[in-house]
Design a protein around this ligand. Structure first.
Ligand code: ADP
Ligand code: ZN
Ligand code: ZN
Length: 818
């Protein structure tokens, strides 16, 4: 018997292993096994299929271990993995790597042990620091630990040299990451009902009152003597709390009366108390929308809910989830970024209690494995809320999938493979389960809206805000004009300053949005024009005042701010431009006595800081919140009257076909944070191009108008949804080789696809983290069989891999780029 094994590697094929006789009959598709791959490495693999075809002319290794009694995936998960790998042009193993929480993927790690220090050959500096690190750690460490400790980037050559001299030894060990949580129980060494035995135990405890008490306490807690009832397990913890000392228990164990049993418990077991579901009553408009959605589902499995910001889409979702659970099915609620949804999760928790599972990237591996096992272990109606990877969970029977903010680009994974779009993949998953899909957004993606217009998706519109609060007034301010007439006060235009002043004096709050973190994006020597650039990327460094550092926002490279110009020695170094840090500082100075908070990547690095900032703002301990796009996402604050956009120019007119769409969405979403209750809100958008078409549509809250103009542009220039795009990325550490590889690859692609191949060209940022980048775009007209296109692309890839110029080159495809 043989098994085809999926390994978590970028290999396009599965690998064949022999099934040892001791595992026969125990393996199934989806079983987790441990296998050796290559000379030394051990991986967790998944059985794809079992068969009897002995691979010819090849030595076949045996499966080393079977990790669980039953498969850890369930139908149709493997089919979904396969679909992703075919559609997004990656390996099934890469999908597996993304799908399984790492706690379910034990892999071997390389350990280094100090062997013989007596060899006194002269050590290099790097070797010495490795030895030093090892001796501090009892002579044994993981490669990754040594790297972290010595801060030497590529440690393998150093270790190899030490190994050759016999100073260290290297071995591989499989590291199990998942620790199940176990609880101890006190069990009695008797068959239930064995009264003679029980009398014997009472005899044994006769001389110790404490032990006799302990025996009685146990009988009481377990209900062992109550014949009509099931025996209850007695937790050791509870037993000891009941007044039996650990000493007494130990004594009774040594007399053979009790034993300790360890049982695995799931961190996410339902708590027993019954939960009262608290659904809000829907408004008339919401009820109508909900009924329409349900009616739509009868004909169209995928429906879009186009609802204004603040129209109460979440309440509709909640009612639909409740209906789904009542029908005995499971529901999946996808959100773009789970860490930005504490408000939403709290609301759902209140309604669904223990039936809500949150699948969170900030959870530990153990917790994620427990959620996995909880789903795998049963078929109970549950709702899972999570970001894109939650669609890989082992659902038993999905009835409903909700994709909130379906337009969000973070549904698309860029790096690493699988480069999948979770919204689109969710529709495929749903169809495998026969589940309904509800896509929700105030600013639907052009592609999705187009499908509703084509009749492929259903469309339900909710065009009033909850409780009839009106959409905010939007003012577009011409910053060139403001500066010319000296009306502005620093970064704040007169209208924005006034609006904020007024709101604060009325006890209301404001949000100020700027899509750039740090203090200033540009640092320049005023004498010679020198600007600091990243060593690894083709970008200039951003100044962070709080830490007084210059940082690369692409690779994380950091350096101290130089006091004098390294090029000319002058100390006349100036900073230009505005990031959130500087804006918060300026606003703080201009609004005396008001409390200003900042929310961006830098202030939310700690686990709880995001939540703290939100809570402080919600409870009005802060008055103005300055932030990046984080403040635009789904937040619901009652007292926000004014929203200001510091500079809309940076959001528009990028050389990218999605730039208008992103700009419109982001501005509409930010604007939607204002005036979400009865009080009318006000939005001030600052720009040097207030006449811009997109800004005009934002100001008029005119999604339809924006969509019509955008779809015309897409058609005219041949972009999605009128074409299918595959981007091809070529990377090399040497600029010239990257260039050459890209030209050769483009040539080959043109032989097959002709004028549909565009490029190669250097992307906007052409070097990131030491890699030089080149891109080629393949634009296929819709109607062409993408299956065939992808087959050809795979062939080109495999063919290219053999070419000389491809040495050290990375190539990958990005299907439907975001
Ligand atoms: P959206 O997601 O469409 O932007 P929300 O779902 O956040 O809107 O709703 C906006 C606000 O209105 C929230 O504070 C929400 O609690 C409230 N709300 C919406 N519908 C109801 C309802 N049926 N009953 C009570 N409050 C509601
Ligand atoms: Zn200078
Ligand atoms: Zn960098």
């Amino acid at each position: 018997m043989f098994a085809e094994i999926i390994l978590p590697l970028p290999l396009y094929a599965t690998y064949t292993y022999a099934v040892p006789s001791r595992f026969e009959g125990m393996l199934q598709a989806g079983s987790r096994v441990l296998v050796q791959f290559g000379k030394k490495k051990y991986y967790t693999g998944l059985v794809e299929t079992l068969h009897n075809n002995s691979p010819k002319g090849r030595e076949v290794k045996e499966i080393i271990g079977l990790l669980d009694a039953a498969p850890i995936v369930r139908y149709p998960q493997l089919n979904l993995w396969k679909w992703i790998s075919e559609y997004y042009l990656c390996s099934v193993g890469e999908v597996m790597r993304a799908a399984l929480p790492s706690g379910l993927k034990p892999e071997s790690e390389t350990f280094v042990t100090l062997a013989d220090e007596s060899d006194l050959r002269a050590l290099t500096e790097k070797e010495a620091s490795v030895i030093m690190a090892l001796s501090e750690k009892k002579g044994r460490m993981k490669i990754s630990e040594i790297e972290a400790r010595t801060e030497i980037r590529n440690i393998m050559p150093v270790v190899n040299a030490l190994m050759e001299s016999g100073i260290v030894a290297v071995d591989e060990k499989v590291v199990e990451r998942y620790r199940s949580k176990k609880e101890s129980y006190v069990a009695i060494n008797l068959e239930r009902g064995d009264m003679d035995g029980l009398h014997g135990f009472f005899d044994l405890t006769r001389r110790s009152v404490a032990q006799e008490k302990g025996l009685i306490a146990w009988l009481d807690m377990s209900g062992w003597l109550a014949q009509g009832k099931e025996e209850q397990p007695v937790k050791k913890e509870d037993f000891l709390k009941g007044g039996v000392s650990p000493n007494v228990l130990r004594g009774m164990i040594s007399k053979g009366i009790f034993r300790i049993e360890k049982r695995e418990i799931n961190r996410f077991n339902p708590r027993s108390e019954h939960h009262e579901s608290r659904l809000a009553k829907l408004s008339e408009a919401q009820q109508r929308a909900k009924d329409e959605i349900v009616a739509n589902f009868r004909e169209k499995k995928i429906t879009l809910l186009h609802g204004l910001t603040g129209s109460g889409k979440t309440e509709i979702y909640t009612h639909l989830i409740d209906k789904c659970l009542q029908e005995g099915n499971q529901a999946l609620f996808l959100v773009p970024e789970i860490s930005l949804t504490t408000q939403l999760t709290d609301r759902l928790r209140r309604v669904f209690g223990d039936r809500l599972l949150v699948y969170h990237s900030k959870f530990s591996d153990n917790e994620r494995v427990d959620i996995w096992k909880r789903l795998l272990g049963g078929r109970e109606p549950l709702v899972v809320i999570g970001a894109r990877s939650s669609l890989f969970l082992p659902f038993a029977r999905l009835g409903l999938v909700i994709v909130d903010e379906e337009h969000e680009s973070s549904y698309k994974q860029y790096d690493p493979a699988p480069r999948y779009n979770a919204r689109d993949t969710a529709t495929v998953l749903a169809s495998m389960h026969g589940a309904d899909v509800l896509l929700g957004s105030a600013t639907p993606s052009v592609e999705t809206y187009y499908k509703t217009q084509q009749g492929k998706y259903g469309l339900v519109t909710l065009s009033e805000r909850y409780e009839g609060s009106t959409l905010p007034d939007v003012t577009l301010v011409d910053m060139t004009d403001q500066r010319k007439k000296k009306l502005n006060d620093g970064i704040l235009s007169a209208p924005l300053k006034e609006a904020l002043d007024k709101a604060l004096s009325e006890g209301m709050q404001g949000i100020v949005f700027q899509n750039r973190r740090g203090y200033a994006p540009m640092v320049v020597c005023r004498q010679c024009g020198w600007t600091p650039r990243c060593e690894n990327c083709d970008v200039s460094l951003v100044y962070h005042k709080n830490t007084d550092l210059l940082k690369c926002h692409y690779c994380g490279f950091t350096q101290l701010r130089p006091r004098t110009c390294p090029a000319c020695g002058s100390n006349d170094i100036a900073t230009y431009g505005y990031g959130t840090e500087r804006i918060a500082e300026e606003i703080h100075q201009k609004f005396e006595g008001k409390r200003v908070a900042r929310m961006d990547l830098d202030t939310t690095r700690n686990k709880d800081s995001y939540q703290e900032i939100i809570e402080e703002f919600a409870s009005q301990q802060t008055d103005i919140l300055v932030g990046t796009q984080m403040v635009s996402k789904g937040l619901d604050f009652a007292k926000v009257k004014v929203v200001g956009v510091v500079n809309a120019d940076t959001l528009l007119n990028f050389p990218d076909f999605r730039s208008n769409e992103r700009g419109f969405n982001m501005l509409s979403q930010v604007a939607g944070r204002a005036g979400r209750r009865r009080e009318k809100g006000e939005v001030v958008i600052q720009s040097t191009r207030p006449k811009d078409r997109i800004l005009q549509y934002v100001a008029a809250h005119d999604y339809e108008g924006y969509y019509r103009s955008e779809i015309l542009e897409r058609e005219k220039y041949g972009y999605p949804p009128f074409t299918k795009i595959v981007n091809i990325y070529i990377k090399h550490k040497d600029a010239l080789t990257a260039d050459r590889a890209a030209v050769a690859l483009a040539l080959r692609l043109r032989e097959i696809f002709g004028a549909r191949v565009l490029g190669p060209e250097k992307p906007f940022v052409s070097r990131v983290a030491l890699w030089y980048l080149q891109t080629i775009m393949l634009k296929m007209e819709t109607g062409v069989s993408m299956k065939k296109v992808k087959k050809l692309l795979r062939e080109v890839y495999e063919e290219a891999a053999g070419e000389e110029y491809m040495k050290g080159t990375q190539i990958y495809y990005d299907v439907d780029p975001g």
